[in-house]
Design a protein around this ligand. Structure first.
Ligand code: SF4
Ligand code: SF4
Ligand code: F3S
Length: 350
């Protein structure tokens, strides 16, 4: 654990009290906490020691790292790197090879039992040679790094659920972190990639309160994954009225109608995209005109086609489905209800 507090560190970098409070206000909103808690957050952050963070990227596409580093300007996503001590991230760091691995081992030794381990990417198990860093297999590195961690953040759908590398025929025998590590708290932050403000919200919560957030049955923080995309989608009124785009370039699409019949998985997908959005709140897939592909749900990659609707999987042409719209909505609602029931059942069992 770094001896400098977050407050001291930010002041030393010229961050004014006013900017620090602005940072705390943004942090409160990222954690979905009321503004009334800002003084408490400021106090906690002022005194918090900057935790050591070791970030291991395994079988991944760098999308998760890109997601958190693609922020523009002095946003919370940028400032989070000031509030933590990122001691190892081999995609971002300048050092490579033996020097980098020595730094990782040193950081682990100095912070044994206290560091936060972030993992993005799945872990190949079919052959340990499929993924190695400086001659150490992903499997071995994860086991070793997990031993000294206080908690683990499985970042992105690959680390949380296996992700794209696990797609059939799964040549590498990809598994999520939870298949390997059984004795540490794991926070799953799925999404392909996850929303930057969700990543920082989870990290801020850990940093501010020193504990992991309340999780759902799939290990996801409820505050961000407690509702479906459909629950908060701005196209929902069109869905309720049975107004659906039939193709990506028809009049309905131009008018912004519901994308359900074009395969939108929003009714069965738990994520905060519709409210948190991307690129500092600019947009999210549905606002950009494409249905949700369910990227924060397990096995979304093999779930039967991104463009097949949840109800029948085959809607035919506008004319043939004209009378089936009501049925489709009913079936969609049934799919959403069954997803909600599945979620509740899993939570009861957890
Ligand atoms: Fe890439 Fe998606 Fe896996 Fe992240 S979750 S590493 S974005 S494939
Ligand atoms: Fe939005 Fe998709 Fe639900 Fe339509 S089906 S309201 S586009 S989430
Ligand atoms: Fe993923 Fe759907 Fe959001 S595809 S980014 S969960 S809208």
């Amino acid at each position: 654990m770094n001896r400098t507090t977050v407050g001291e560190f930010l002041r030393a970098r010229g961050v004014s009290r006013r900017d620090f409070l602005k940072f705390c206000t943004t942090a409160a909103s990222a954690m979905a906490l009321p503004a009334a808690l800002v003084p408490q957050i400021a106090d906690a952050l002022e005194k918090a020691r900057r935790p050591s963070v070791i970030w291991l990227p395994f079988q991944e596409c760098t999308g998760c790292t890109e997601s958190i580093t693609r922020a523009h300007g002095a946003t919370i996503e940028g400032m989070i790197f000031d509030a933590i001590s990122l001691d190892y991230q081999h995609t971002l760091q300048a050092a490579a090879g033996a020097a980098a691995e020595q730094a990782r081992e040193q950081a682990m030794k100095d912070n044994w039992g206290k560091y936060l381990l972030i993992v993005d990417g799945s872990i190949p198990t079919a052959d340990e040679g499929y993924g190695t860093i400086a001659g150490v297999s992903h499997l071995e590195m994860l086991r070793e790094a997990a031993k000294g961690a206080a908690a683990i953040v499985a970042l992105g759908s690959c680390a949380a659920f296996g992700g794209i590398p696990m797609a059939k025929p799964d040549p590498t025998g990809a598994v999520p972190v939870s298949e390997i590590v059984k004795d540490k708290p794991i926070i799953n932050v799925p999404g392909c990639p996850p929303i930057p403000v969700v990543i920082t919200g989870v990290l801020m919560q850990y940093l501010t309160f020193g504990r992991i957030p309340e999780l759902d049955a799939l290990g996801r923080p409820k505050v961000f994954y407690g509702q479906t995309v459909h629950d908060r989608c701005y196209r929902r009124p069109f869905y309720e009225r049975g107004e659906f785009a039939e193709t990506f370039d028809d009049e309905g699409a131009r008018k912004g109608w519901c994308l359900y019949k074009l395969g939108c998985k929003g009714p069965t997908t738990y994520n905060a995209c519709a409210t948190a959005k991307w690129n500092e709140g600019v947009s999210f897939p549905i606002e950009a005109g494409h249905g949700c592909i369910g990227c924060s749900e397990p096995r979304f990659w093999d779930a039967g086609g991104f463009y097949r609707s949840l109800s029948t999987g085959n809607w035919g042409t506008a004319r043939t489905v004209g009378t089936a719209v009501g049925v489709g909505v009913a079936l969609g609602a049934a799919a959403a209800l069954s997803a909600r029931k599945r979620q509740k059942d899993m939570e009861k069992k957890a």
